[in-house]
Design a protein around this ligand. Structure first.
Ligand code: BTN
Length: 328
């Protein structure tokens, strides 16, 4: 059935579109009516609707623009995004991905949802995930790295996301350590990495990514309106979410495999994409350590750490924390 679903999706160009009666007849001749009917039923279940027009000569289709088929057609990877779990609504894609990772699913499995009822950000913040307006997804990684290096994967994800936004939408976000992507100084995307570590070995990492794509000006709740932005706001155009996701998966797989094989330098990848170097920041460390460090950003380590010099000249390498820019 998968091939027939892909064929139908291709015929109506992945989203709002139409299929001519002749094209449909061709498909029925190739696959058989039973198979075409099954494929149409599947598409209806994931949110498509179909309407016959011109006395059945034309089938109009409307539906979500991020079906697994649309993502596959735009992804050039070996493993990442080959297995896709697509939902119209979930609590959190990170929670769903965690359950799948515990069931030993393959590395690179993707969980993507149109909306999340309990989307979460770092520091237990809620993540605004309106239906159909963003990319809310998680990818399961099984990296062969020391747990102390997990922060580097968040930055590698940020680099890949910045590159995919630049190549598909024509605007280049900057990365603010440890997990934010900014455009016009406002937050475009955030990353939440959650890891399972046993006996000092990393079992898996869930890399959760939220990108504000087609949210219009005025579409954010009041508390986010000043600090957040979206690709629609920045480019003035509705963006193709499947195209962006496909580009991200392709770029991320390449960077990730190179990084794991020690063939790439995270600091070099970050060099022209980060926003804090040379500026004074306050970093709040995790509650256990319960302190803050104020200093000037010197740069980053290959392990994803932020290198800061405080006013006494002491250099700090910080792996986990939350950074706030201080007024200059
Ligand atoms: C942050 O900036 O604080 C991180 C935000 C991460 C949000 C994404 S949306 C998809 C995935 N599922 C979640 O519940 N959170 C992440």
């Amino acid at each position: 059935m998968k091939a027939t679903v892909e064929e139908i999706c291709r015929l109506f160009a992945f989203g709002a579109g139409c299929i001519e009666a002749e094209e449909m007849k061709g498909l029925v001749a190739l696959r058989g009516w039973g198979m075409v009917e099954q494929a149409l039923d599947y598409l209806k279940r994931i949110g498509f609707s179909f309407k016959a027009e011109r006395g059945d000569l034309l089938l109009l289709a409307t539906g979500p623009d991020i079906t697994p088929e649309a993502i596959h057609a735009r992804t050039h990877t070996r493993e990442f995004g080959r297995g896709i779990h697509h939902f119209s609504e979930v609590d959190s894609t990170n929670s769903q991905a965690k359950a799948l990772a515990e069931e030993a699913c393959a590395e690179g499995t993707l969980v993507v949802s149109e909306t999340q009822t309990r989307g979460r950000g770092r520091m237990d913040r809620k993540w605004f995930s309106p239906p159909g307006k963003g990319l809310w997804f998680s990818i399961i990684l099984r990296p062969t790295i020391d747990p102390s290096e997990i922060a580097s994967l968040t930055l590698l994800t940020a680099v890949s996301l910045a590159e995919s936004v630049a190549s598909t939408c024509g605007v280049t976000p900057l990365i603010s350590w440890p997990n934010d992507l900014l455009l016009s100084g406002r937050k475009l995307a955030g990353i939440l990495a959650e890891a399972a570590i046993t006996d000092k070995v990393c079992k898996y990492v869930i890399m959760g990514v939220g990108v504000n794509v087609n949210i219009a000006e005025g579409g954010f709740p009041t508390e986010l309106a000043q600090s957040s932005t979206a690709l629609l706001i920045e480019t003035g155009k509705t963006q193709d979410r499947a195209l962006l996701l496909g580009a991200f998966l392709s770029i991320f797989e390449e960077h990730y495999l190179n990084y794991i094989a020690s063939l790439t330098s995270l600091t070099e990848l970050l060099a022209d994409k980060e926003t804090l170097r040379g500026l004074w920041v306050e970093v709040v460390l995790p509650p256990k350590e319960g302190e803050t460090v104020v200093g000037k950003v010197l740069g980053y380590g290959e392990d994803g750490s932020l290198h800061l010099q405080d006013e006494n000249g002491r250099v700090h390498h910080i792996t986990v924390g939350s950074a706030r820019l201080l007024p200059s």
